[in-house]
Design a binder for this molecule. Structure first.
Ligand code: OSB
Ligand code: MG
Length: 373
């Protein structure tokens, strides 16, 4: 199959509240949406890039240029038999995995709609609901944090992740643990510490955490292996695992006890599934991370999380945790058991609210086989 037309859209959609980590703060989604057309069918997807290169090296601006000048023209020349052929078509491309993932996700949606199969079915999903939690950004003070955690628990979330950084780590975690002794609790440092903080981080062992996510360098594996030997709490890698090869290195070095899988971070769902399978074979549980996606990206996260080795709750909260109004006709709602239901319709299983999408689109571009550069 040949892709006949590719459309890119830059959106600008405010979050319900700014999201702050150890290294950045964002107030809006700047995702790039991708639309593929082939054989009379249409596939849509989201590349959840941010405003600046704070999580990884990509930004909304760089991903736009990569998609426009390199990746979309390459895809228009490729012959696709399977969604996983997209990854192969980009073998010569270094990095830029979120931009690549936008096209790869859209191909999964397209093939699913053509074949009448849901994304979860195509991937080999085994669950019809997936356990989810909520990721809570850095707050101005502990009282505000406790109030926010209480509100999310009242809304039905049964697992909480706290963003931490030096000066906002031991005390907020202690306060949440003392208030809710049985809560499933974990923390995420987004690469802010070094091995010099090993003794400091060991204080977190007292709080019975599910895991400590990405304490050290965004591209480090070796020091995480050293740190893991000094901690009782499992380390979970996020930023460092950008490909199945990186997962293999981390597993061989015993750098983590858990892996956070984000398909957008590793170039797409085919690579994400490979990491899932490798971790399963190694006896290492995985869970599905998030990038504050709209309902479109959320749909592929939920489908991915329906695979069997997604053993811990994902950062895949309901639509209303992120946006006042989502861009899909079927916003994700939290079930009373702290799960989201896995869509069953073909492809991503969600339809876009096109009128609303047009309102929040700030830039559009179409490429077709004839106009390719
Ligand atoms: O490190 O997991 C992260 C959001 C944006 C970038 C990085 C991360 C996050 C989150 C939020 O923690 C997860 C979500 O609810 O989508
Ligand atoms: Mg993380």
């Amino acid at each position: 199959m040949r892709i006949e037309r590719i459309e890119l859209r830059q959106i600008h959609l405010p979050y319900v509240a700014p999201f702050e980590t150890s290294g950045w703060r964002e107030t809006h989604s700047r995702s790039i949406l991708v639309r593929l057309e082939a054989d009379g069918a249409v596939g849509w997807a989201e590349a959840p890039v941010g405003a600046g290169p704070w999580y990884n090296e990509e930004t909304a601006a760089t991903a736009w240029v990569m998609l426009r000048d390199i990746l979309a023209p390459m895809l228009l020349k490729a012959d696709l038999q399977e969604p996983s052929d997209v990854d192969r078509a980009f073998t010569a491309v270094r990095g830029n995995r979120m931009a690549r993932a936008g096209l790869e996700f859209a191909a999964w949606d397209l093939f699913g709609r053509i074949r009448g199969q849901s994304l979860s079915q195509m991937l080999g999903g085994t669950h019809d609901r997936v356990s989810v939690g909520v990721s809570i950004g850095i707050q101005p003070d502990i009282d505000t944090l406790l109030e926010l955690v209480g509100a999310y628990l009242a809304a039905g979330y049964q697992r909480v992740k706290l963003k931490i950084k030096p000066g906002w780590d031991i005390e907020p975690t202690r306060a949440v643990r003392e208030t809710w002794p049985n809560l499933k609790l974990q923390v995420d440092a987004n690469s802010i510490y070094t091995l010099d903080h090993a003794e400091h981080l060991a204080q977190l062992d007292a709080f019975d955490l599910l895991l400590i996510e990405q304490p050290l360098g965004h591209d480090d594996i070796l020091d995480h292996a050293k740190l893991q030997r000094t901690l009782r709490t499992p380390i979970c890698l996020d930023e460092s695992i950008v490909s199945p090869e990186h997962a293999r290195w981390a597993l061989e070095l015993q750098a983590c006890g858990v892996i956070n899988i984000k398909a957008c971070r590793v170039g797409g769902l085919a690579a994400a599934r490979q990491i899932h399978d490798m971790a399963q074979a190694a006896g290492i549980p995985v869970w599905c991370g998030g990038m504050l996606e709209t309902g479109l990206g959320r749909a592929s996260n939920v489908a991915l999380a329906s695979l069997p080795n997604f053993a811990l709750p994902g950062d895949i909260s309901a639509s209303n945790r992120y946006f006042e109004r989502d861009i899909v006709m079927q916003p994700f709602a939290l079930n009373p058991d702290s799960t989201l239901s896995v869509p069953t319709s073909p492809g991503s299983g969600v339809e876009l609210d096109m009128a609303f999408l047009d309102d929040i689109t700030v830039e559009r571009l179409a490429l077709s086989a004839e106009t390719r550069r």
